[in-house]
Design a protein around this ligand. Structure first.
Ligand SMILES: Nc1nc2c(ncn2[C@@H]2O[C@H](COP(=O)(O)OP(=O)(O)OP(=O)(O)O)[C@@H](O)[C@H]2O)c(=O)[nH]1
Ligand SMILES: [Mg+2]
Length: 199
């Protein structure tokens, strides 16, 4: 995908303002620090359009970006950040549900995990929820530049087995190994995003 134009549109922090009228939305979610904002930037060939940080919990609002005046990326706040108080965790849930449920412009979800850590309880719970909501989902195993080839193969094996065990007769969730640092996986992720938009 040739990105000719990418721009920050706005941030949302309140449920009431979340009836987003923007077409062709792809949402990005994952625990804090997995690289949601970095992946967005890598897809858009921009260094810091979505703010990145080595301090987890940087993105606390829903940030909306427009791409080529035709699709929209929704950067969701990170979940499962331990130091966030319980009330914030509830806010996260409310905010994310308000963004995703009953949103006819939402075409799919990109759930990002750290390839080194694999799928944990929070992600499995979220995947289950996405399935109930019938939101098409891609799974990204990010930061593969931190793994040796053999380690990556082992981790991907774990991830695929876990998915298979949880959804034995599902059509399967597409897993894409990725590195926001090197750009590995970018053509494949773009391909999958465009196919979500086109369905
Ligand atoms: N080595 C490596 N580091 C990465 C990669 N992607 C992101 N990072 C680093 O991980 C840290 C967190 O990245 P962000 O993109 O801010 O993560 P986030 O998921 O948006 O975090 P929150 O907004 O806090 O939820 C930064 O220091 C990034 O440079 C990657 O593919 N490889
Ligand atoms: Mg972020």
């Amino acid at each position: 995908m040739k990105v000719t134009k990418a721009a920050f549109v706005k941030s949302f922090a309140e449920k009431a303002r979340l009836k987003l009228p923007y077409p062709n939305q792809i949402a990005f979610a994952g625990r804090s620090n997995v690289g949601k904002s970095s992946i967005l930037n890598s897809l858009l060939n921009r260094k810091n359009l979505a703010k990145t940080s080595s301090t987890p919990g940087k993105t606390r609002m829903v940030n909306l970006f427009s791409v080529n005046d035709s699709l929209h990326f929704v950067d969701l706040p990170g979940f499962g950040y331990a130091r966030v108080p319980k009330s914030m965790q509830k806010n996260w849930k409310d905010l994310v549900e308000a963004t995703l449920i009953g949103n006819p412009n939402l075409k799919g979800m990109v759930l990002i995990i750290d390839a080194r850590r694999g799928l944990q309880d929070e992600e499995l719970t979220f995947l289950e929820w996405l399935k109930i909501q019938a939101i098409p989902t891609l799974l990204i195993a990010n930061k593969i530049d931190k793994l040796k080839k053999q380690e990556l193969a082992t981790q991907l094996g774990h991830i695929k087995r876990t998915l298979k065990a949880e959804w034995p007769d599902g059509e399967g969730i597409h897993v894409i190994p990725y590195s926001a640092r090197t750009g590995a996986g970018k053509p494949e992720l773009w391909r999958e995003i465009l196919s979500l938009i086109q369905t």
